[in-house]
Write a protein that binds this ligand. Structure first.
Ligand code: GLN
Length: 242
């Protein structure tokens, strides 16, 4: 089979309720890069009450207000065991902010409502009166500099079964204390970075794509994409005031 026929299925979780500060750009980047690499992306938008797909090659999800999280919460708990199994099997996933929080053990809101998470990531989140907001620059061994925008009042703390996704250079990240941003477990990335994250950080997009392709088709060897525009966006974003 030629590569052009090779399909990669992307499941986007709750685009109707969990999709803010440009998160939709993450889907657009994955679709376009997969096409540039010669694959056939298929997108499934999964919203509350839909039939959950039987399989996925990449799963992504965005952020939302506390109220959006409350809307999708019961449904997420239903599909949680499947997502957890996929995560354990190595499916690449990217969860931003509100869904990052709910991929953890719980999100305790300021009103003391405890939203149980699905426990894919060993993290806990507590609502606070402090809003961590602004442009953020971080760095990681695996991906280099990762640049984005954060806006959250929940503060997340990592357990021993996850590693931080990145170290904060400028901004807040998971919380106002430990200088870590996001969490990574197997091929699941949780992060507070909106903006959206993938257009400005093609290394992260390619991690998701290459992991998915290698799992499904056993090899990934493609021409490099010219990331001139992403590089220009990174240069500007890096210098923007908090
Ligand atoms: N409601 C959550 C918080 O403020 C998530 C916000 C978001 O997804 N940007 O912590």
């Amino acid at each position: 089979m030629s590569d052009a026929k090779k399909q990669i299925v992307i499941v986007q979780l709750y685009p109707r309720d969990m999709n803010i500060y440009g998160d939709h750009g993450n889907l657009q980047v994955l679709v376009r890069r997969l096409e540039w690499y010669g694959y056939a992306p298929k997108v499934i938008h999964y919203n509350v009450g839909n039939t959950f797909p039987k399989s996925a090659d990449i799963v992504i999800g965005g952020g939302g207000q506390d109220s959006g999280q409350e809307k999708i919460h019961a449904d997420l708990l239903k599909i949680g065991p499947t997502l957890k199994k996929w995560a354990e099997d190595g499916t690449p996933m990217l969860m931003v902010c509100g869904l990052y929080q709910l991929f953890g053990h719980f999100f305790r809101t300021l009103n003391n409502v405890s939203l149980e998470g699905i426990g894919v990531l060993d993290v806990e989140t507590y609502g606070t009166n402090e809003r961590l907001i602004g442009n953020i620059v971080t760095t990681s061994d695996a991906f280099g500099e990762i640049i984005g925008y954060e806006n959250h009042s929940g503060q997340t703390f990592l357990g021993e079964h996850v590693k931080p996704f990145a170290t904060v250079v400028r901004g807040a990240g998971n919380n106002s204390k430990d200088g870590h941003e996001g969490a990574i477990y197997k091929n699941v990335i949780g992060t507070y970075l909106h903006g959206s994250i993938l257009p400005k950080n093609p290394a992260v997009a390619d991690f998701l794509i290459k992991t998915a392709v290698k799992r499904k088709y056993h090899a990934f060897s493609k021409d490099l994409i010219d990331d001139m525009f992403a590089d220009m966006a990174r240069t500007i974003a890096r210098e923007r005031p908090r």
